[in-house]
Design a protein around this ligand. Sequence first.
Ligand code: ATP
Ligand code: MG
Length: 342
Amino acid sequence: MFDTTNDPATNGLTGRTILTGDRPTGQLHLGHLAGTLLARRALQEENRQTILVADLQALTDNAGNPAKVSGNLLEVVLDYLAVGIDPEKTVIARQSRMPELMEMTLLFLNLVTVSRLQRNPTIKTEVEARGFGESIPAGFLCYPVSQAADITAFGADLVPAGDDQAPLIELSNEIAARVNRLAGSEVLRRAELLRSRAPRLPGIDGHGKMSKSACNAILLSDSSDEIRRKVMAMYTDPDHLKVSDPGKVEGNVVFAMLDAFDPDQEEVENLKDRYRAGGLGDMALKRRLEPILQELIAPIRTQRAFLSRDMGEVAAILDRGTERAREDVAPRLAGVRRAFGL
Ligand code: ATP
Ligand code: MG
């Protein structure tokens, strides 16, 4: 499996309180692996880590199709276990089974304005991608507030996530500061984003980030045939017609993948120079990338298939984690309630 022992992003981090999560809107993909899963796997050794399966957040843009969310809940947990998240070291919890988070969300909603939420760059991008127009579900507009409850309830000071999360963490910190001002003491902590080496892996079509909702992802469960097909279909430089033509590296998905996953980064830089100069074909690049991705995903896929034979145990892991998580957040909720005079 891909080596993370020398990742400068996670090296030397100990004793931190970490909260991350994923929406169970589909199986996890290479964007998750590069953007956050590898960091989580490394960080679980020396830090206190919780991963929240954010099924309530997933419903905010899937209320018309709740089966999509319930059907992917355990699939996402399976993905965690398959990449080496160890439930003895990392608490895996289910958002919708934690009423503490909902109560905190409701209180936090009094501390933000609708226009502040509408101006949030992540929300703007996502509203556009989902084609909501003027009809944004109120739950969707407010999900950053619910996420602020998630982060602060666990007392997290570190969130290893993709770049899309930066504006949401900023909002969470604003809310925490307001609660602390109300309370007159430090009830909630500030959190910072931990950026990985690939904080925004693009989708294979070259439009935006790789995302479950956009059908542009290579999944951690994809077969070797699917991986091959997706690598061959990957967006490169549409103006690079002949091998001898100079090619563009920026926006080229194959290079973004090589940047994220090729163990020989020096050679990747050489290839970029040759591509820019002309004389290096897309096919040669894709032939380099394919075995790297095949090798990366094969052990995850095998482990996933093995673990999926006992879905009862996967569900039990989530139940046990949720119980531990509820105990963890209770004192912070009590502090927030006191801040509001409740
Ligand atoms: P959806 O399309 O339903 O929003 P998603 O693919 O964006 O799904 P999320 O569950 O929203 O996945 O994101 C979970 C975590 O993975 C977040 O920390 C996010 O920053 C990170 N992440 C998601 N996509 C990428 C990506 N393409 N590159 C890097 N990190 C990513
Ligand atoms: Mg997302």
